[in-house]
Design a binder for this molecule. Structure first.
Ligand SMILES: Cc1ncc(COP(=O)(O)O)c(C=O)c1O
Length: 427
């Protein structure tokens, strides 16, 4: 039996129908921005492999850091013990996270970072014996992960219909699309001023899974300001937007109001190992600062603060904060902006936007934009045939390459997109 057949027999892949989907491609190795397949093809990873890779695949600096760490300490229980890679990472993160963030709590991935944030915020009210602030507010279209808490604060639909009866109640406000600002603000003011709003969670400036929907810092700043006036805990889910994706280190850096809690994951290790972090401000910590058993935060995972993942994250931090990387982020951001200017009037495009290293192109469709748009079936294979990995969200094509992508490869991706757009409008 060949190795692909064994995969088919044994493995259940994520977000993949068991019938009718494309067969997975076997990746033998990956270097820089290229995935190298069993058949020798080299594919440009234009989406940074589920939005995690920052400095290129098999980056030698991160590889070395993991190897060195593995020789010293691979893992240790994180209750009752601590270790240098985690301590160093806490300092590194605190030096770049919004200034008010004072403590770092480790977990394993984006969903758990969100789950921890929700539990922290709920227990923040509980520990103060405030029983009224039970309402949780999120944005329509939100995606915060696949565990029960993170699903509950996400848009309800095909991804989570089966679980609907088990998800807790959340008040969703309309997505600020640039034209409905007063409606969004009025609705938010109504909900938060009622006295029972306790938590507001949002993906700052861009909703990734909803179709790379970019919205303005001004409105988000106003929402956070209203939330703060009404003593609502604000959770910034920076799982996708963190570590330079939006052009600044965090999307929250575009805002004047700081969140109480921040969730990060994805790019934190440069895309090498799973790691989640939830940070919080002194205000949150104060509610837990007690020797009482009932006020302790009883949450943890076996691999919490895994030393190899922390070592990878520290190496990735050094690369990210280097001049070279920051210049690359600026370069990609500029080129994305040029692409937007050049193509914004294209007949096949409904809207094209960029924010930092994220470029998002919403294609016109007869119906509404949707993850299940049939254009997806055309787009994905079209680009794969041209050796480009680009995983559309329905009728939304987006790219967010590793920051090490060179101008030649970036142009290759833009050209392929322009050719695709052209053949869409050709009769
Ligand atoms: C904003 C946001 N939050 C949370 C998650 C969940 O992260 P993970 O897939 O690591 O559980 C994602 C994943 O795409 C995300 O985009």
């Amino acid at each position: 039996m060949n190795i692909e057949a064994i995969d088919k027999r044994n493995i259940w892949h994520p977000f993949t129908p068991l019938v009718g989907g494309l067969e997975p491609l076997l990746v033998k190795s990956a270097q820089g921005i290229y995935l190298e397949l069993k058949d020798g093809r080299k594919i440009i990873d234009a989406v940074s492999s589920w939005w995690v890779n920052l400095h290129g695949h098999s980056n030698p600096v991160i590889t070395q850091a993991i190897a060195e760490q593995a020789k010293k300490l691979e893992h240790v229980i994180f209750a009752g013990f601590t270790h240098e890679p985690a301590i160093l990472l806490s300092e590194n993160l605190r030096s770049i996270l919004p200034e008010n963030q004072s403590k770092i709590f480790f977990s394993d991935n984006g969903s758990t970072a969100v789950e921890v944030a929700l539990k922290m915020a709920i227990q923040f009210w509980h520990n103060q014996e405030i029983k009224t602030k039970t309402k949780i507010i999120a944005l329509e279209g939100a995606y915060h992960g696949d565990t029960f808490g993170s699903m509950s604060v996400g848009e309800r639909g095909a991804f989570n219909n089966a679980f609907a009866p088990y998800l807790f109640d959340v008040e969703f406000i309309p997505f600020p699309d640039g034209e409905n600002s007063s409606e969004v603000l009025t609705r938010f003011e109504q909900i938060t001023s009622g006295g029972n709003a306790g938590i507001f969670i949002y993906e700052p400036l861009v909703q990734g899974a909803a179709g790379m929907r970019i919205y303005s810092p001004e409105i988000l700043d106003q929402l956070i300001s209203i939330a703060k006036q009404n003593q609502v805990v604000c959770i910034a889910d920076e799982v996708f937007t963190g570590f330079g994706r939006t052009g600044k280190l965090f999307a929250s850096d575009y805002l004047s109001h700081q969140p109480d809690i921040v969730c990060v994951s994805k790019g934190i290790t440069g895309g090498f190992l799973p790691l989640g972090v939830t940070s919080c401000s002194e205000k949150i910590i104060e509610a837990f600062t007690s020797a009482e058993v009932s006020k302790t935060f009883y949450h943890g995972h076996s691999y919490t603060a895994n030393p190899l993942a922390c070592a990878a994250a520290n190496a990735s931090f050094e690369l990210l904060t280097s001049n070279e990387c920051q210049q690359n982020i600026e370069r990609i951001s500029r080129q994305h902006s040029d692409f937007v200017l050049k193509n914004k009037k294209h007949a096949a495009i409904k809207s094209v936007k960029s924010l930092g290293t994220i470029l998002s192109i919403e294609l016109k469709t007869p119906g509404n934009s949707s993850y299940f748009s049939e254009l997806r079936e055309k787009i994905y294979p079209y680009f794969l045939e041209r050796n480009i990995l680009l995983r559309p969200l329905g009728n939304v094509i987006y790219i967010l390459p590793p920051y090490v992508i060179g101008d030649t490869e970036l142009t290759q991706v833009y050209t392929a997109i322009e050719e695709f757009l052209h053949q869409l409008t050709e009769k």
